[in-house]
Design a protein around this ligand. Structure first.
Ligand code: ATP
Length: 206
């Protein structure tokens, strides 16, 4: 028996990390796919070697680390390149997340949260206990991407287009958290979803 996994997803800059922090504050361990995706291409990793052999040494910064901004700009402008990068990164992230899950001691937590932007796109939610989707209006998402990443509207829109539309994520959701409001609207929603997950887990055990 492994610890039940609850997925947490949503579009770019929808507030996944903000929501994940709120679950972590409630004692739930969070495995962040974004952190893992950095680990699998860390300096000296076999993942980084694979990226360099596909994209060339020009994607490396002078200190030998991956220039993530340069890679992002290239893959968001070219869907074929994006698939190639995904083929390198995704299997390695899947392997590492499975390893991290096995490291969570059984009985130490009612569930573990797996935060990732592409859960629905990759069909990962089918193997999970439940899926939480953070929802915001695309127009607000574009504003937050532009503000956070310092990119223009066109760049922000290209990043949104690279992901499945929100409707598809919502259709796969067990629970939805609306982050289109001020931050103070989050804690009550997180409490509610957390309680519902616990009760769902309890019912399944009975
Ligand atoms: P990504 O997957 O693109 O890294 P994310 O979905 O994890 O993003 P966050 O990093 O949590 O999203 O939030 C994106 C930005 O929006 C951050 O700068 C965050 O501080 C801000 N933000 C999150 N929620 C709200 C809110 N309710 N009101 C205003 N700003 C918010």
């Amino acid at each position: 028996m492994t610890v039940p996994v609850v997925g947490l997803t949503g579009g770019i800059a929808s507030g996944k990390s903000t929501v994940a922090r709120a679950f972590a504050q409630r004692g739930i361990p969070v495995i962040d796919a974004d952190v893992l995706s950095r680990e699998v291409v860390a300096v000296g990793s076999e993942g980084l070697a694979a990226v360099v052999s596909e994209f060339g040494a020009e994607v490396l910064l002078p200190d030998g680390t991956l220039d993530r901004k340069a890679v992002a700009a290239r893959v968001f402008a070219d869907p074929t390149l994006r698939l190639k990068l995904n083929a390198i990164v995704h299997p390695r992230v899947a392997q590492l997340s499975a390893k991290r899950l096995t490291e969570v001691p059984e009985g130490s937590t009612p569930y573990v949260m797996y935060e990732a932007p592409l859960i629905v796109e990759n069909g990962l939610h089918h193997g999970m206990h439940a899926l939480v989707v953070v929802a915001i209006e695309p127009s607000l998402q574009i504003e937050r991407v532009m503000a956070r990443d310092g990119i223009d509207r066109e760049g922000a829109e290209a990043r949104l287009r690279a992901q499945a539309p929100l409707e598809r994520k919502l259709a796969a959701a067990t629970y939805i958290i609306d982050n289109g409001k001020e931050l103070s609207a989050l804690p009550a929603q997180v409490d509610d979803v957390h309680a519902k997950i616990l009760s769902r887990l309890g019912e399944q055990r009975r």
